[in-house]
Design a protein. Structure first.
Ligand code: TEU
Length: 550
């Protein structure tokens, strides 16, 4: 494949939309979102203008981690529907020009997966080596202790003792999520079959859960300690269970499997938290015939400062080196199902100001060089839910309460209308619908030209219309401390200027002095207004997207 041919592919031009299926639309009244519900909302998504949907896991699962504990990789959870529903969703999405990506959770399975159940029966079982079973070390009182000091993300040792066979197994996450042994070629082959199963059906690609965790140090060395951190997990440097060099080989194998089919895409979730250069970790997995894309989560942890965002963009741009062949491509994301929603991270005491920030954030996300990922509800300004302790569902939310309340807040139901339960369900929702649903909902924003929803639509439509916004280079013009960021997106024939004021007060920026600029979209300025060269004064939270008029 020629690098030039690689430069234009649908996923580089696409706007992606993440659906957390439990919370999107419930069609059968059981309080949990489902596939028929998603089908009902495809026209909404089409009108929003997004190009592809990524569904968080929909496979059969005991739901200990709400689907990130898979019990069968090639079936659909009855909670979400049937395989016929899935085929219907795929066809209905494709009929509307929407592509569909699945979430593949392949670092671990559920402890209820038949592979693990078999593996746990005896040390001699042929599937024993599909997981990471190890002898304990001799501990105090003759009791065995874990093979090394690795911690699970949720807390406590990553090793679970199994009484029946007298060994430990590794679980990087919950103990109900045993890690697979990716050094075993049979495991790899089984997973490639899973990938081909969905590709054959017509699925357009995959988001790969914790793609940098699959391989662990072969000799299980202890991680060195760090002094600071909330969880025991944070008080280690993860040298030996993350980012092992051989992990890239697996990504290459996945890429090769996917590339046997045309037009499919892979996006790796690279589990890397600041401090540390998250962009470099992510870039590693897209270089050298690795994945098509990887997430750099820098924006999820960025404070509300123009210079902090500018730095995150610079790091990502630098890590992905635009001159690299094959062409490496960034992506940007403000929110997902694991971190508090952006609008709430950036909220101030004033509702109007919070909304103004959400507009600036959206303009940034949708005018950068790189595929934008929108998290469901972001486009209408769903806030992070406040979940009472008794209603906490996320297992990650329990051990560190009240310092860390888990991830339910960012997973509350989509707010469709002012109807009961926000129009999400006719039953009792699995997580409470935010109390503001009567006011903040799709129906209320649909026909309001000043709504956040219509701002997202306008930005997405603009990105579609203007090649420079999709494919142009990124060049920073100026960054004024915490307050304002201005950049150019340029192709050979087109130059677009984006100026964003992150502050509540007006701010004046210097425009690149060549030519005149015509405003394409802006928060305050009327459209199509020409800007003089020289200086541009942005009102508080002002946004200008303008094209150079030659
Ligand atoms: O996330 C991995 C991960 O980084 C999170 O578990 C993170 O530690 C947590 O959100 C606290 O910040 C992926 C999935 O996105 C997540 O939903 C799953 O729970 C996890 O893997 C295990 O599959």
């Amino acid at each position: 494949m020629s690098p030039a041919g690689e430069r234009r592919s649908w996923w580089r031009d696409a706007v992606m939309y993440q659906i957390y299926p439990r919370s999107f639309q419930d069609a059968n009244g059981d309080g949990v979102g489902d596939l028929p519900g998603i089908i009902q909302r495809l026209d909404y998504l089409r009108a929003l203008g997004v190009d592809a949907l990524w569904l968080s896991p929909i496979y059969p699962s005991p739901m200990r981690d709400f689907g990130y504990d898979v019990a069968d990789y090639t079936a659909i959870s009855p909670q979400f529907g049937t395989m016929d529903d899935f085929r219907a969703l795929l066809a209905a999405a494709h009929a509307r020009g929407l592509r569909l990506l699945l979430d593949l959770v392949m670092n671990h399975t559920s402890d209820q997966h038949p592979w693990f159940l078999e593996s746990a029966t005896s040390r001699e079982n042929p599937k024993r080596d599909w997981y990471l079973w190890r002898e304990g070390k001799p501990g105090r009182n003759g009791r065995p202790s874990p093979p090394n000091n690795w911690q699970s993300v949720i807390g406590g040792s990553a090793w679970q003792w199994d009484e029946r066979t007298g060994q430990y197994y590794l679980h990087s996450f919950l103990k109900e999520q045993p890690d697979l042994n990716w050094r075993n070629p049979t495991v790899r082959a089984a997973m490639m079959d899973v990938i081909r199963y969905w590709l054959e059906m017509g699925v357009d690609g995959f988001r790969l859960d914790v793609a940098n965790c699959f391989l662990k140090d072969e000799t299980l060395r202890d991680n060195p300690r760090r002094v600071f951190g909330l969880r025991p997990y944070d008080r280690q440097r993860h040298l030996y269970e993350l980012n092992q060099p051989e992990n890239l080989d697996i990504m290459r194998q996945i890429r090769a499997t996917v590339d046997a089919y045309t037009g499919r895409v892979t996006i790796g979730e690279i589990y890397a938290l600041p401090p540390g250069d998250t962009a470099l970790s992510a870039a590693y997995y897209v270089g050298g015939e690795g994945l098509h894309m990887a997430f750099d989560f820098a924006f999820l942890f960025s404070p509300w400062r123009a210079d902090a965002f500018a730095r995150a963009i610079d790091r990502w741009e630098r890590a992905l080196d635009p001159d690299h062949e094959p062409y490496l491509w960034p992506n940007f994301t403000l929110s997902n199902h694991d971190q508090p929603r952006a609008i709430s991270r950036y909220a101030t005491a004033r509702g109007e100001e919070t909304l103004a920030r959400a507009r600036v954030a959206a303009a940034l996300l949708l005018t950068l060089r790189g595929t934008p990922f929108i998290y469901y509800g972001e486009e209408i300004g769903i806030r992070n839910g406040r979940i009472r302790r008794s209603r906490i569902q996320d297992p990650f939310g329990k051990p560190y309460w009240p310092i860390y309340k888990g991830r339910d807040g960012e997973r509350t139901p989509m707010q469709w209308s002012a109807e009961p339960e926000g129009g999400f369900t006719t039953g009792a929702p699995w997580l409470p619908v935010n109390p503001d649903a009567a006011r903040v909902n799709v129906a209320a924003q649909q026909d309001d030209p000043t709504s956040l929803l219509n701002w997202y639509r306008a930005l997405i439509a603009l990105r579609k219309r203007e090649p420079a916004l999709r494919a142009g280079s990124y060049r920073r013009v100026s960054v004024s401390g915490s307050r304002a960021l201005c950049y150019l997106r340029e192709t050979a024939g087109q130059r677009i200027l984006v100026a964003l004021n992150f502050a509540r007060n007006a701010h004046t920026i210097a425009l690149p002095d060549e030519g005149t600029w015509r405003v394409l979209l802006g928060s305050q300025q009327p459209e199509e207004k020409a800007l003089e060269g020289g200086a541009l004064t942005l009102p508080g939270y002002g946004i200008v997207i303008a094209r150079a008029v030659s």
